[in-house]
Design a protein around this ligand. Structure first.
Ligand code: FE2
Ligand code: FE2
Length: 410
């Protein structure tokens, strides 16, 4: 029987970065492994998962990072557990499940090597797998083991645990997940851009992973204010959009308070007259297209984005952008743009559009496909009402039809 050699690389992966991929690749090459399994921690007993990142987001980032390397796999055994689990439990369970066909190599860092004897049941871990140790980067002013001390430690552990402890010799990369998170929080992402794969970088931005979420308590006063400003029908529509956006945010892993605020404010400029909307655009240097000049109600997205910032104190650019483009969509919509665009169309008070049932169902199955369906129906509607046709809607439609063909969502 052919026994597969499997490396196991655990971590919180918050987020997964080039340092993780480098260690996994080095282990794969130096020990002729068949595969390396990335094991995102569920609820680590000894480490806090920082920030408001969700488990789904951490796992999605791992999937994005390893998608193009055929011998890198996701192992989701820990995240499916409802209780904190220790490494020995996970490795025992892997050995019991795959033991006949697989030989496991548990990859740990030098920091973990130093504390290994104090882990829960280290002898159990060594029953189920060999240990590979990645050296830590040499950082100035920080105590690190000399090469001699490091090798000595490996020898001692081999004796103590009767298992092989081997060093991964590739030089480690000096990258930390906490520095990456801090850079995103500061908005200074250039310094960490090269540490992330393109897909992980895009995922972090699109899902707002390391940016602050507004407090839920902000919603009630905004709601009160809008109730006074909007006509009742419009007000209840915005409440419907707010809750629908919150639901979609849960499904697609976007900060839900931010999505709810975008939904709540998306039509806030509906309380203004056409003249007032045009005046704001003129004063603020907001472009007015010919179709908007003719039908100033089309400006309520752009003006709403301005009011959200000026009158409601919303400085988050993803929220204001989603408000600005909610009527027409735009080429390359962000996740929040799509959530608001869809929520506006499907919220519970809507009852006139055709095939609403299917569109509502699709909203929760495949957001991109749902955007496409809405654009398709909007184009059909605008075909019959050409006077309302905004060319941005046509461009958005053409873009998503093309993207759909390329990605073959169906
Ligand atoms: Fe609107
Ligand atoms: Fe609306």
């Amino acid at each position: 029987m052919i026994v597969k050699k499997i490396g196991i690389l655990g971590g919180t992966f918050n987020p997964i970065h080039a340092g993780h991929l480098h260690i996994a690749q080095a282990a794969y090459e130096e020990f002729a492994l068949d595969e390396v399994w990335f094991l995102p921690a569920g609820i680590p007993p000894h480490k806090d998962v920082a920030d408001s990142v969700t488990t789904t987001q951490r796992v999605a980032m791992v999937q994005q990072a390893i998608a193009f390397v055929p011998y890198f796999k996701l192992c989701d055994i820990e995240i499916r557990k409802t209780e904190p689990c220790y490494s020995w439990m996970t490795l025992k369970s892997l050995k019991e499940t795959y033991g006949q066909d697989c030989e496991f190599y548990f990859i740990i860092g030098e920091d973990s090597l130093l504390t290994f004897a104090h882990w829960v049941k280290p002898e159990e871990i060594c029953r189920y797998c060999r240990i590979l140790v990645a050296r830590r980067p040499q950082v100035q002013n920080e105590a690190a083991l000399t090469e001699e001390q490091f090798q000595q430690q490996l020898i001692e552990y081999r004796k103590t645990y009767q298992q092989s402890f081997d060093a991964i010799t590739a030089a480690p990369l000096d990258i930390s997940s906490s520095d990456i998170r801090a850079a995103f929080h500061k908005g200074d992402v250039c310094s960490v851009r090269s540490f992330l794969t393109d897909h992980v970088y895009d995922y972090i931005l699109d899902h707002h992973v390391y940016q602050d979420e507004y407090a839920l308590s902000m919603i009630a006063p905004m709601q009160k204010r809008l109730e006074q400003q909007l006509k009742p029908g419009r007000f209840w529509h915005t409440i419907g959009v707010m809750y629908t956006a919150g639901n979609l945010a849960y499904v697609y892993d976007y900060p839900y308070t931010n999505a709810m605020i975008a939904g709540l404010l998306h039509d806030c400029a509906k309380c203004l007259s056409d003249e007032e909307r045009i005046a704001i655009c003129r004063n603020q240097g907001i472009e007015i297209k010919a179709i908007e000049q003719k039908h100033p109600h089309l400006l309520h997205g752009k003006v709403g984005a301005f009011l959200a910032e000026r009158d409601f104190g919303i400085s988050d650019s993803q929220i204001t952008h989603a408000i600005a483009v909610h009527t027409t969509g735009c080429v390359g919509m962000s996740l929040l743009d799509k959530i608001i665009f869809v929520a506006d169309y499907i919220e519970p008070h809507r009852d006139k559009a055709p095939r609403l049932d299917q569109i509502r169902q699709m909203a929760y199955d495949n957001l991109d496909e749902c955007v496409c369906m809405i654009l398709e129906d909007t184009m059909t509607y605008l075909g019959k009402h050409p006077e309302d046709m905004d060319e941005t809607t046509c461009q958005t439609y053409a873009y998503y039809v093309n993207t759909k063909k390329e990605n073959q969502w169906k």
